[in-house]
Design a binder for this molecule. Structure first.
Ligand SMILES: [Zn+2]
Ligand SMILES: [Zn+2]
Length: 312
């Protein structure tokens, strides 16, 4: 009887540990540049232990972070995939608003930004653009100077770009088209589990290489109806992204425990509507039959023995 009780307690503890995985991913924004009220700019929050890492900072990132009560001042680092504005237009807001006194801000240490070559220039120029605000708030609100300092770090090849207390982040080059360089994806490893974020890319073998065996593979996708693909502009945009059937091939080869779409590019014209999300899934199913979620803003994933989806 006593043994039975011990076993039951152990099982309950294991279930509890599973339910409260300390490796969590939240999609803060799942759009492309198109301004949609229900999908903000691309941004993904990864929480591993007590560390909070943000991947890209698109439009509306401070709003989404505060919706889930994660103070901007508590971020350990921001990682940038590439310099398209939809991925960085939220950076000044995150940096400046995260410094303010209320609970949503309160950054007291330098803002750590890690990205490909160009990250330092981006941050230097943002600092110049907002110099007047910073000067005013330093004098008027007496905010801590350290909290508005910037600590950018750059890399120029695949490799580990962050490692702290068992959390490792590896950057890997992707292919967003010949004219859009640099462009990177990231893999986060923690306690033997991994989350991979494709960044913006066409079908790319490097995503398969780094995504193989991952628990969660978060991938971009771009789609337009056949009728629209006679349009040169649509052809050019779609050529920079991964179509649903191509993404399905990536998932089929990498075999993540769960594949998730974010950065959902749906093209349309005045006369041709955008594809539906059901269309996107149906096309993915022509090449991939495994676990798949179409991401939504604030959809979250607990990465434990299994990957659990928490719908917003
Ligand atoms: Zn993009
Ligand atoms: Zn892009």
């Amino acid at each position: 009887m006593r043994y039975l009780l011990a076993i039951l307690l152990a099982l309950a503890a294991a279930a509890e540990a599973q339910a409260q995985s300390d490796f969590k991913v939240t999609l803060l924004g799942t759009a492309s540049p198109s301004p949609r009220p229900n999908r903000f700019g691309p941004s993904t929050l990864v929480e591993a232990g007590d560390q909070k890492l943000l991947f890209d900072a698109g439009r509306g990132v401070p709003i989404r972070m505060w919706q889930i009560k994660v103070p901007m001042g508590k971020l350990d680092a921001l990682f940038i995939t590439h310099f398209h504005s939809d991925h960085v237009s939220g950076v000044p807001d995150l940096w400046l608003t995260g410094w303010l006194g209320p609970e949503f801000g309160r950054r007291a240490a330098p803002f750590r930004v890690i990205g490909p070559i160009g990250t330092k220039a981006l941050m230097e120029n943002i600092e110049k653009a907002y110099a007047a605000d910073i000067k005013i708030r330093l004098e008027d609100e007496k905010l801590p100077p350290a909290g508005i300092a910037v600590a950018p770090e750059e890399f120029d090849r695949d490799g580990v770009v962050y490692e702290r207390n068992g959390v490792k982040v590896t950057a890997f080059e992707v292919d967003h088209g010949p004219g859009i360089k640099p462009a990177y994806g990231y893999r986060v490893d923690y306690k033997g589990r991994s989350v991979v974020i494709s960044g913006d890319t066409r079908y790319n073998e490097n995503v398969i290489k780094y995504g193989t065996g991952s628990d969660l593979l978060i991938h971009e996708v771009g789609s337009a109806r056949k009728e629209l693909m006679v349009n040169l502009f649509a052809q050019r945009i779609i050529a920079h992204h991964t179509t649903p059937s191509e993404a399905g091939q990536v998932f089929a080869k990498a075999k993540p425990k769960l594949a998730v779409y974010t950065h959902i590019v749906l093209l349309s014209s005045a006369t041709i509507p955008e594809p539906t999300l059901d269309d996107v899934v149906a096309e993915t199913r022509t090449t991939y039959s495994g676990p798949l979620e179409v991401g939504e803003d604030l959809m979250a994933f607990e990465v434990g023995d299994t990957v659990t989806v928490k719908r917003p």
